[in-house]
Design a protein. Structure first.
Ligand code: SAH
Ligand code: SF4
Ligand code: F3S
Length: 481
């Protein structure tokens, strides 16, 4: 089959930050694409972070606007799309494994169309591998041109040729892309795209391009719409939400301002992720402290407790600076819960360095963490850092020891609420027990509650009767709903 390469990603280009201002655009769907998916179904895989989940909601919006219907049965799909993640090798291995499995489906149904998008699509090496070894992938687009999906799909379906269109430079900020949201209670609201940090281990600045913030007016309009539709909670998304607005030219408006303005709109709950310690300022702390609808739950990735390792990771803060920020947050925002991300086995990390990470974890009273073994990513500086003293055995041993502490953190965080009355946003029934409701507290603790499904979508007062490591058990105490 012929391959039509419109654009393909180049690492060298992705590393560059062009001095170009943001371009804002409004999405319009070309009339000729509206019936492309009539009587056709799609199956969508989503891997990776909340940013990718949010992108998938746009992909769904676009496909349904083109008259495709979702299916949850892979074997019945006319179109299969994989929205992928490249953060660690195991994330990519999963996708390649699944693509291998799909070869069979394609043999059974030669009309099946398979597409791939997301961060893996932005990798030069992945594109080469897909083009040579995965003939079953029909089209590929990247993180910067989701709005081109209708055109790409149209061309793939009408020309019967493979189609690659992945930009190596940041795309425009496109507003008004249709969205089909997963939940009608909680919504993702991206406020900025990209990342300019270039932590030496991380692929995100290459796959997502430079930092670009959405205009405040568009964010406010989206949140007002969500309130009207009855949404109770929004989560503001960005790889570094604290840097929101730093890219604006000619006017000043930052994350603290945005928090203050959004809080006034009256949505019940506002969350945000991910925070970068470097850009977390006093205005933001004040906003969280003074607004009862901004939740007291902060995810603040530290990555390591050793200054030497932090420096090698290009994290731009010291352990001491991190601790003083955490102390300030605890002092200013009573009742706050802080969680973090940690990487173990980064090249040059000695046993002493690792012990500093353990000590920092205790010192900061984290109530949970996502923990990872360092994974080499092609194209990043740390790809060529070599340290033979860190064997797989050492990596797993450190991860295990860290996780013991992290689990204690989860338990300690949950025990704080035993016998207390907390507000829980009821999201649905528990996966394993259909007669049990589940929801999250303001501090983002999972609670299971025996109760009636009439509470779904409501915020209720709950008395916590038991605290386990991963969840709380509660009883609804007010029945005014
Ligand atoms: N922008 C966010 C993180 C996004 S990636 C931040 O800086 O906080 C989520 C997490 O994945 C990171 O915090 C880091 O802990 C982990 N991670 C990123 N690259 C990794 C790699 N190459 N190997 C292992 N873990 C990695
Ligand atoms: Fe990756 Fe660092 Fe950017 Fe987070 S801040 S996305 S870890 S480069
Ligand atoms: Fe993965 Fe890309 Fe998100 S690499 S974590 S999907 S930004």
């Amino acid at each position: 089959m012929k391959t039509n390469i419109i654009n393909s990603p180049k690492v060298i280009q992705e590393r560059k930050r062009l001095d170009k201002n943001n371009v804002f655009k409004e999405f319009v769907l070309d009339e000729s694409y509206k019936n492309l998916g009539k009587d056709k179904t799609y199956y969508l895989y989503t891997y990776g972070c909340q940013g990718n989940e949010s992108d998938s909601e746009k992909i769904r919006g676009l496909l349904e606007e083109m008259s495709f219907t979702i299916t949850y049965d892979l074997s019945k799909a006319d179109l299969i799309l994989m929205n992928t993640c490249a953060i660690r090798k195991n994330a990519e291995d999963k996708v390649f494994g699944e693509l291998g499995r799909l070869k069979q489906l394609k043999r059974k149904n030669p009309n099946l169309i398979i597409g791939l998008s997301g961060c893996m699509a932005q990798e030069e090496s992945v594109i080469n591998k897909l083009l040579t070894k995965y003939q079953n992938v029909d089209f590929i687009f990247g993180t910067h041109n989701i709005d081109s999906l209708p055109k790409i799909l149209y061309n793939t379906m009408s020309n019967i040729e493979r189609y690659v269109d992945v930009l190596s430079y940041e795309g425009d900020i496109v507003e008004n892309i249709p969205i089909v949201r997963e939940s009608n209670i909680k919504a993702w609201v991206p406020i900025m795209y990209g990342c300019d940090e270039f932590c030496t281990y991380c692929i995100v600045p290459y796959t997502r391009g430079k930092e670009r913030s959405r205009l405040k007016e568009n964010i406010i309009k989206e949140v007002e719409g969500l309130i009207k539709e009855g949404y109770k909670e929004i989560t503001l998304l960005g790889q570094n939400v604290n840097a929101y607005g730093k890219d604006f030219v000619g006017f000043k408006y930052d994350f603290g301002d945005l928090l203050n303005d959004l809080s006034k709109l009256g949505i019940e709950r506002i969350r945000f992720t991910t925070n970068n310690p470097k850009d977390f300022d006093d205005k933001q702390i004040e906003a969280i402290k003074n607004s009862s609808n901004i939740m007291p739950s902060i995810h603040l990735p530290v990555q390591s407790g050793s200054n030497k390792v932090l420096h090698k990771m290009n994290r731009k803060y010291t352990k001491e600076e991190f601790i003083s920020l955490v102390d300030k947050i605890y002092k200013e925002i009573p009742n706050v819960s802080i969680t973090t991300d940690i990487i173990v086995g980064f090249p040059s990390e000695t046993e002493e360095d690792f012990k500093e990470t353990l000590d920092l974890f205790k010192r900061c009273n984290f109530e949970g963490a996502y923990t990872f073994i360092f994974s080499k990513r092609e194209g990043t500086p740390a790809y060529s850092y070599i340290d033979e003293s860190i064997t797989e055995e050492v990596q797993y041993d450190r991860l295990y020891r860290l996780n013991e502490l992290v689990n204690e953190g989860y338990k300690r965080g949950n025990l704080r609420f035993k016998d207390k009355i907390v507000k829980v946003l009821i999201e649905g029934t528990s996966k394993n027990q259909p007669d049990t409701l589940m929801g999250y507290t303001e501090n983002n603790k999972l609670v299971n509650i025996k109760g009636d499904s009439k509470y779904i979508g409501k915020i209720v007062n709950v008395k916590i009767v038991d605290a386990k490591t991963w969840s709380l058990d509660g009883e609804i105490i007010d029945d005014q709903n």
